[in-house]
Design a protein around this ligand. Structure first.
Ligand code: UT7
Length: 321
């Protein structure tokens, strides 16, 4: 028994910000950003909220799957940029959709979040807890980025993506692996709220995202190929039998290095980061939706999904579309 993706959806803020626009804010250039990251523009919220974007992506996934909101049994939202501490984003999205029969909660594993949420939905279905799930990844990271730090503000974009999954006796997720390395959490971090009460008032350590870019880069190019090999070994599938590798869209050079290490042609690594930047947990579902709507995902085709990011967290799954 597995789960199969039956529909996809996505939503992006209306405003696009080009690399050239960023040269007005920090000492950078279009050439540097394109060459080092592959990014040309990103979407930045000027009013859209994480809840509105995620609800729009979820509505798109339901419509694409031909399902109504009332049919959803589990609603998982992966995010590391909620507007509120409580209630969780998933409950707000539940309300916006009218998915009143769903159990809704959030999951935070940063850029691996969507993948970990998909694996959680799989485990819930396997355990007989539910028969379907709406799984979303959404971020409005622009509110957590230091717009004076050229090392980070050029990378991230806002957006949301979602999939509707259903219990399936064949195909769907064939296997997954996931890992966490909390000892290396310092390389990419951002504080929530500092401890402040009548007895103490501690300052925030990192109000904005702080990152050791080189460390994240070397972690990704070492662990992600190993993790993809691990899931392929587990499922007995060879790299040449995989049609597409849909990876977290962090940086073009990271994806090129991973493809090279796996000895896989870069053409089988679809990318949209040039247009949308790094959207953390929204990266994979937004790209999946673009591929799905462009007719590039064929029923029976084999796809590897892989995510990696803050935590550190990383994981991969193999699925039959
Ligand atoms: O979802 C996971 C999230 N994180 C990532 O994916 C990050 C992974 N890492 C990266 O993508 C890369 O490390 C970056 C794109 C962030 C940086 O590229 P890099 O090749 O590792 O550059 P660097 O940090 O080693 O910096 C090289 C130079 C430095 O100048 P000096 O010291 O050589 O004079 C930086 O100050 O480039 C400078 N620099 C910039 N120059 C122009 C850093 N950012 C910029 C910038 N524009 N935006």
């Amino acid at each position: 028994m597995s789960i199969r993706i039956m529909g996809t959806g996505s939503a992006l803020p209306e405003k696009t910000v080009s690399n050239r626009d960023l040269t007005m804010l920090v000492d950078t250039s279009d050439e540097w950003i394109r060459e080092r990251t592959g990014i040309a523009q990103r979407h930045i919220s000027t009013g859209e909220t994480l809840v509105s974007l995620t609800a729009e992506a979820c509505a798109g996934a339901l419509e694409n799957a031909g399902k109504s909101a009332e049919q959803v049994e589990l609603l998982l939202v992966a995010t590391c940029s909620p507007e509120r501490g409580i209630p969780c984003v998933a409950c707000q999205v539940q309300d916006a959709l009218g998915a009143k029969n769903a159990v809704a909660f959030d999951l935070n594993a940063a850029c691996s979040g969507f993948l970990f949420a998909l694996h959680t939905a799989y485990a819930y279905v396997q355990a007989g807890v539910c028969r379907n799930a709406l799984v979303a990844g959404g971020e409005v990271l622009s509110k957590m980025v230091d717009w004076t730090d050229r090392g980070t503000c050029i990378l991230f974009g806002d957006g949301a993506g979602a999939v509707f999954v259903e219990k399936s006796p064949t195909g769907g997720i064939l296997g997954f692996v996931q890992h966490s390395d909390g000892a290396r959490g310092d390389v990419l971090k951002c504080d929530g709220r500092a401890l402040k009460n009548p007895y103490v008032n501690l300052p925030m350590e990192t109000e904005f995202v702080r990152m050791d870019g080189r460390e994240v880069f070397s972690f990704a190019v070492r662990q992600v190929p190993a993790c993809i090999q691990e899931v392929l070994t587990k499922t007995g599938v060879r790299t040449e039998e995989v049609d597409l590798f849909v990876l977290h869209q962090a940086n073009r050079r990271i994806l090129e290095t991973i493809a090279k290490r796996l000895a896989v042609d870069l053409e089988r690594f679809p990318m949209n980061l040039d247009r949308v930047g790094n959207m953390s947990s929204a990266s994979i579902p937004v790209l999946l939706d673009e591929l799905n709507r462009a007719g590039r995902l064929k029923r029976g085709g084999r796809i590897v999904l892989a995510g990696f990011g803050a935590g550190l967290t990383y994981g991969a799954c193999l699925l039959e579309w």
